[in-house]
Design a protein around this ligand. Structure first.
Ligand code: SAJ
Length: 438
């Protein structure tokens, strides 16, 4: 099968880099998005998202004449759906006392519907959006059947999860292994041929539901493992143990690899995807459900630790360092650090936050300091929430000269307690009730 022209539906963090990469490899691409502003920006030769290398790649795709943006699909050899699958805002599911979030599949539904008028015999349709198991079979197949064509007989249909890390998307799209799940072996084969255009990593063919599960299992595995690390931090606290020491000793075992406790799990993948499994089968997923709950409530545990350090929080001035959802990124979405700040404020603390990767972010009720000095100057306590490299390098002695704070709380085990203590600070870490001053 030869692919000369494709439509990529959804031009966000995954769709746009994917479209650009196909165009760079000789395929004519129509990028489709319902957002008129995005289409206008792209057709002016500009891009609306930040991703290293994307601007250059996009500009050369446009100059080659192989990329154009439109609000509707058109006839093509293949259609790729890469639209968001967030949560429903106000609807929840429940089962036996478990209340869980529900996937909002409206974007996938309308993307699939938009393809129907253009679908032809011999086409390939690929869903890339992270979706609950059986979405390809139970949701996409019936929609595409409205074309009068039958999936698997008249055209090919596959699910292929994206697995790239923001910041490295262009490299990982090419180098990572890719799983292609077809609703028939021929559909998997067609997907294999399409992605062989640029994928240098291994491409593995399987069925569609397995491919959907693979993506959800990867991120759920990580979520559950972080949850147990967070639960260990609570236990260590109760028993007068330093969880960080205990984890490093446990990890000496050749078959044990405990992850790091922290203020919680953020981002739009790991804190989201496990819910898709819970929604699909709540009666089978108590472990996944409770892991989500542990990670979602970890910001409360941070607040308890800050209370232990400061006593009452009412009126206390706290400098919060870092609001990103993980180290060295500027992504503040679903950030547990922001949740911690909101909770502290709720208890009456006055918080100034400093996020070096996005100092001017509009964080809905959080006071953003313009620099580190402003955040720490009049503080009672400095609270480290993200393991940014730049925070790790701060010198306790220099900080001592710039702040009225006497208490440090480290939620990510980034700082050397002894160094802070010898510069005159009291030092607390989450999951560590062993240190003499805590
Ligand atoms: N975290 C901890 N403790 C740890 C590790 C992470 O608390 O030991 C926290 C982080 O601080 C962060 C959250 O977990 O808040 C998630 O961070 P992450 O780096 O584990 O994952 P993401 O969401 O940035 O990216 C993941 C990746 N998946 C896996 O590592 C299995 C990536 O490959 C996927 O492309 C992406 O999700 C996705 O799109 O699903």
């Amino acid at each position: 099968m030869k692919f000369q022209k494709i439509c990529v539906i959804g031009l966000g963090y995954i769709g746009l880099p994917t479209a650009t990469t196909f165009a760079a490899h000789g395929i004519e691409v129509t990028g489709v998005d319902i957002n008129q502003n995005i289409i206008e920006t792209l057709n002016r030769g500009e891009i609306h998202i930040h991703e290293p290398g994307l601007r250059d790649g996009f500009v050369s795709a446009v100059q080659s004449g192989r990329f154009k943006a439109a609000t509707k699909p058109e006839e093509a050899d293949a259609f790729i759906i890469a639209v968001p699958t967030p949560f429903q805002e106000n609807e929840y599911g429940s089962h036996n006392g478990m209340t869980y979030k529900l996937a909002d599949m409206r974007a996938v539904i309308s993307a699939a519907e938009s393809i129907v008028p253009f679908l032809k015999k011999g086409n390939l349709v690929v869903l890339e959006s992270t979706s609950p198991p059986r979405t390809t079979l139970d949701l996409v197949v019936p929609i595409l059947a409205r074309s009068g064509l039958e999936a698997g007989r008249d055209f090919h249909l596959a699910y292929s999860p994206e697995r790239v890390l923001p910041g490295q998307i262009l490299r990982e799209l090419i180098e990572n292994a890719r799983v292609i799940g077809g609703i028939t072996p021929e559909s998997a084969e067609a997907g294999y041929e399409l992605y062989s255009t640029f994928v240098k990593g291994k491409i593995i063919k399987t069925d569609a539901t397995t491919a959907e599960m693979v993506k959800l299992m990867e991120n759920t595995y990580r979520d559950v493992n972080i949850a147990i690390a967070n639960e260990f931090s609570r236990l260590a606290n109760k028993f007068g143990v330093d969880v960080w020491e205990a984890i490093s000793l446990a990890n000496l075992h050749p078959r044990v690899k405990i992850l790091n406790p922290g203020p919680g799990v953020g981002g739009h993948c790991i804190s989201v995807d496990p819910w898709f499994l819970v929604e699909a089968a709540p009666e089978l997923t108590p472990l996944i459900y409770h892991s989500r709950r542990v990670n979602d409530t970890q910001p409360h545990f941070v607040v308890e630790t800050v209370k232990r350090a400061l006593g009452s929080l009412n009126g206390k001035r706290i400098a919060a360092l870092g609001l990103a959802y993980k180290p060295d990124v500027d992504d503040l979405r679903e950030s547990p650090a922001a949740e911690v700040v909101h909770l502290l404020q709720h208890e009456g603390a006055q918080v100034k936050a400093w996020e070096p990767f996005k100092p001017n972010a509009n964080m809905n009720g959080i006071h953003m300091s313009p620099n580190l000095e402003d955040a720490i100057r009049d503080a009672d306590s400095i609270l480290l929430l993200v393991r940014h490299t730049e925070f790790k390098q701060l010198s306790p002695r220099e900080i001592a000269g710039k702040t009225s704070a006497k208490i440090i709380v480290d939620t990510v085990n980034s700082w050397e307690g002894e160094a802070w203590k010898s510069s005159g600070f009291e030092f607390f870490r989450i999951g560590d009730s062993k240190s003499p001053n805590s």
